[in-house]
Ligand binder design. Sequence first.
Ligand SMILES: Nc1nc2c(ncn2[C@@H]2O[C@H](COP(=O)(O)OP(=O)(O)OP(=O)(O)O)[C@@H](O)[C@H]2O)c(=O)[nH]1
Ligand SMILES: [Mg+2]
Length: 329
Amino acid sequence: MFNFFKKKSEKSDINTSDIHESKQSKNDKQEKVSTGGFSLKDVLSKTSSFLVKNVLDVVSGDEISEYELEDIEAMLIKADLGLELSSEITTEIKKKKVKSSDLKDFLRQKFLEILHLAGSNRLLYDKDKLNIYFVAGINGAGKTTLIGKFAHKLRNEGKKVLLAAGDTFRAAAEEQLDIWAQRAGAEIVRKDKADSASVVYEAIKKAQNEGYNVLIIDTAGRLQNKFNLIEELKKIKNVISKNASDSIVESILVLDANLGQNGLSQAKVFGEAIDITSVALTKLDGSAKGGIILAVAKEYGLPAKLIGVGEKIDDLKDFNPDEFIEAIF
Ligand SMILES: Nc1nc2c(ncn2[C@@H]2O[C@H](COP(=O)(O)OP(=O)(O)OP(=O)(O)O)[C@@H](O)[C@H]2O)c(=O)[nH]1
Ligand SMILES: [Mg+2]
């Protein structure tokens, strides 16, 4: 299910940060990788403690003992890698007879490999087409905030951006998106309390008729129950398939980093309903559970493409596996 989209992504992807980064000096890039005024290393310091420091602290001496292997596995699980991946890693350490002094390099290589195997981390984008970003996730995950920040970033790159207020369920959700649209300098389609699929239909028509580069669709995180939520998302997906078959479509699952391993079950449920193509991990600032990026990449082949590092409009970054690994090691 995910592979189909992955192949598509490799054809036409771009990195939205390319334009910004070309303006920065090399030193700038090395020292400050966050647009929000703090370094990625700072943002990831707690994740780094859990994923790297705590694991390395387990070993002493030259060889890694059976006891230590068990502790390594426990630490990896605690770092939100999930049972399967944690067990796979410790089995490999044992099989390859990794020495204590080589453990850090082994983990670095292993983590990098997992992230790269999940596919391209660049957002799909084709300058000659309408690019639709369909944003889903549980309530409070950070969808609407992410959309606001993302719209701002795209507007800064000179793109014509339309937002669709597809969360017609939660009181004030449309108002919240409207405020973000104004901040970002994007247009919005909202039809208060209308059926979400009809809002999306109208937004697609407007985007097509008026030559927008980007349409970002906000969705509800909670309806009367989970079944209704999934049905609504499927309906929106059908509207996109039927009316924008020529568009680039990226379905982004927004995960709250603080929820850690819970992200795995969310990836399963949302993935089955709407063919998720990538993940955006929000609230990485202050979270110790950034390891979920690795678990989701490994288990569902889902690459992270965006990370949220704060509540302000500039607190969004393209996810880059090399930078991520560099920052946590
Ligand atoms: N620290 C931090 N807070 C964030 C980040 N992203 C979102 N938030 C906060 O998380 C809360 C929920 O964000 P929303 O964007 O409203 O979440 P949502 O997924 O749209 O929620 P629903 O509309 O209820 O489904 C808000 O208080 C945001 O300010 C982030 O990257 N870092
Ligand atoms: Mg919302």
